[in-house]
Design a binder for this molecule. Structure first.
Ligand code: WTA
Length: 655
């Protein structure tokens, strides 16, 4: 972010206090901060008691083996029971849990009683396929109810799921299956995208041909497309799940039993398998969902637009909301099909009252114009949320005024795959908000902004965001790599969790998130590592070296810009042709997935390097953002940057 933009942000003096009406009915209260400050662990124990435990825990937190935490030791529970069965037992079996809307317009309401039956049947099917507690199951699925059922079925039998976003390539799926040693993959024949059926199973077929641990592939029929079939391995969901008994007795697992692994990009090429466990994760997912979104289970219609392939889908579509007995909309498709008002049409028809989305979507809607939302009745909305990247004040104001009729509180929620649940956010009905600021840590969360020497900065200062106390939904490690866990998060600042984000405190102490300070890009709210894209590019036969940067992008937050040096011997006409750029972009899509396709690829003769041989990404970012490059004298060859800058405008290629 440029200094000017930052200065503008930090001079934000608009403040929106909660309305008296909202405050009067809010779940959250200012006393929560006092309570948590007085006794943080007792506060979390109180939140844990909202869950149904088979056996009560003996100890709230065991931090003796830091940074490996144990929360709620001695306690046992079943996560799926907490999300489904107990609501049925409490008399809410007829309440709709999921209001599914497919992209082609098909609809399906699923009550808690029906959800319970489906989860039990799927759990029984997994058992029949030989899946046991402690195993891993990969899930590569569209946004359909079966995806949620599959996750809960795994949780029910104590198998950890590893959901892989269905937009990832077969190679990305393969490496994740391998890393987790998954025994079963659950997928679908295809998914509906922008009016057509996109195949999914071929990617799974390709991936599992190289993953010996996988014994079965369980396939949901969604699009009806033809699929290749391997009788010894493939099983239709409707063949095996539908004939199972709807009875399954949930077993209570240890609070620290693995619940899921979710892969996320780090600063090296290899994605990290972030491990979450049961009791602490569900406690914080449910606590934050109840209080940050002010959920009233009898009245609200909730809609989180994320995909289950990301952590937001895990914590705020599946676990938090269902533990709180939500009624929620689940939508399969994209916001522009059949028209660019699809989301507002959904809000109107389902009378959505709580809506949670990402700034990149909000900025896209701003670009599409106010008429689209204004042509729908959005008066059911009473609270709006934002997640995934900093929300700029203009987008915040637009969200509030145009979507939220100028009255809805907005919760800008900061968190990460690693934190498992929301950490920094206003509490609706309690916190007075500034447009663009996530305001401050939730009750029970220890946060600081520190400088290079780990000294907390005062108001008005900037530095690194750290978490100073363990929290219930914290990651328990990186799958199979305890050293990397310590090194990545706990070595930069002694005894503190380093989030990888830069932040500032304004003069009132409100926090402003400034984006990643490491080599992780944030494109449309998705984390992609520069190194991962670089590795993908150099795995192409024409490329000798690559440097990738995230350049500011008005809509997507950041856009991927790549600079590549070709291998000797690539013919001149190939090297300058558009075809090569296209091939390289497609190659990245094959290696990682379409979301990682560079917005722009520049073929360059040299890369700017320091005398010690480090690529100066900062300079490349300056070039990509058309900024003055400033001092380049530290470069081994200062003329390089001029060469690159003059060629830049020629290499643009956007979808
Ligand atoms: C960024 C998504 C500013 C941040 C839940 C973080 C945000 C990364 C916000 C995690 C926010 C997320 N304001 N930045 N409200 N929310 N981020 O793991 O850089 O996909 O480190 O989790 O997204 O991305 P992840």
């Amino acid at each position: 972010m440029s200094n000017d933009a930052l200065a503008n942000l930090l001079s934000e003096d608009r403040v929106f206090p909660p309305s008296a009406d909202f405050a009067a009915q809010a779940n959250a209260s200012s006393e929560m901060y006092d309570e948590a400050a007085a006794d943080r662990l007792a506060f979390w124990a109180e939140q844990a008691r909202y869950l149904t435990w088979e056996r009560e825990f003996d100890e709230i937190l065991d931090w003796s083996d830091a940074p490996f935490a144990r929360w709620f030791s001695g306690g046992t529970l079943n996560v799926a029971y907490n999300c489904v069965d107990r609501h049925v037992e409490n008399g809410f079996g007829t309440q709709v849990a999921i209001r599914f809307e497919g992209e082609p317009g098909d609809r399906r309401d699923i009550t808690y009683a029906e959800l319970k039956d489906e989860v039990c049947k799927a759990a029984n099917a997994l058992l029949e396929l030989g899946v046991a507690s402690g195993d891993r199951v990969a899930i590569y699925m569209p946004m359909i109810p079966e995806a949620i059922v599959a996750m809960l079925a795994c949780a029910r039998i104590g198998a950890a799921h590893s959901v892989v976003f269905a937009g990832f390539s077969s190679e990305a799926l393969r490496s994740r299956i391998d890393d987790a040693q998954a025994v079963v993959v659950i997928t679908a024949d295809g998914q509906n995208r922008r009016g057509s059926a996109m195949p999914l199973k071929p990617a799974v077929d390709e991936a599992v041909s190289q993953t010996p641990t996988v014994t079965n592939v369980l396939v949901v029929r969604r699009t009806g497309s033809d699929v290749d079939w391997d009788d010894s391995r493939d099983v239709w969901w409707h063949d095996i799940v539908d004939r199972q008994s709807p009875d399954h007795t949930p077993e209570a697992f240890d609070a620290e039993h693995p619940l899921f692994i979710l892969y996320t990009s780090g600063t090296t090429g290899k994605p990290k398998g972030i491990l979450h466990t049961s009791g602490g994760y569900l406690t914080q997912a449910a606590f934050t969902h109840r209080n940050v979104f002010d959920l009233k289970p009898d009245d609200d219609i909730y809609w989180c637009t994320a995909d289950i392939g990301w952590v937001t889908g895990h914590s705020y579509i599946v676990y938090g909301p269902l533990a709180n007995r939500v009624t929620q909309v689940v939508y399969e498709g994209t916001p522009d099909t059949p028209g660019k008002d699809r989301w507002w049409d959904i809000v109107e028809r389902h009378k959505v009252s709580i809506f949670y989305t990402a700034p990149t979507a909000i900025r896209t809607f701003m670009k599409w114009g106010d008429e689209l939302p204004q042509s729908h009745d959005l008066s059911s909305l009473r609270l709006l949320g934002s997640v995934g990247e900093p929300i700029n004040p203009e987008a915040w104001m637009w969200y509030r005024d145009v979507i939220g009729s100028g009255t809805c509180p907005i919760v800008d929620t900061w968190w990460q795959t690693e934190t498992g649940a929301i950490m920094i956010s206003p509490l609706p009905g309690v916190t007075a908000c500034k447009p663009g600021s996530a305001m401050g840590p939730l009750p029970g969360i220890g946060m600081a902004v520190v400088d290079d020497n780990q000294v907390p900065v005062g108001n008005g200062g900037g530095g690194y965001l750290v978490l100073t106390e363990p929290w219930p939904s914290m990651l328990r490690g990186i799958w199979g790599d305890p050293e990397r866990f310590k090194e990545t998060y706990w070595s930069r600042f002694a005894g503190m969790y380093f989030a990888g984000d830069g932040a500032k405190l304004d003069n009132d102490g409100a926090i402003w998130l400034l984006g990643r300070v490491d080599d992780v890009m944030n494109v449309s709210g998705h984390r992609i590592s520069t190194t991962e894209v670089e590795s993908a590019l150099v795995s192409h036969e024409a490329v000798a070296e690559a440097a990738v940067v995230g350049a500011t992008d008005e809509t997507t937050g950041q856009g991927i810009v790549a600079f590549v040096i070709l291998r000797g011997g690539v013919p001149e006409e190939t090297a300058t042709g558009e075809q090569l750029v296209k091939d390289l972009r497609d190659h990245v899509a094959t290696e990682i997935g379409p979301i990682a396709k560079p917005r722009q690829i520049m073929v360059v003769p040299e890369l700017p390097k320091t005398r010690s041989g480090k690529i100066m990404r900062r300079l490349l970012r300056d070039v990509a953002e058309h900024r003055d490059m400033g001092d380049v004298t530290t470069l081994a060859d200062p003329t390089v940057m001029n060469l690159i800058a003059t060629g830049l405008d020629a290499g643009s290629d956007e979808d």
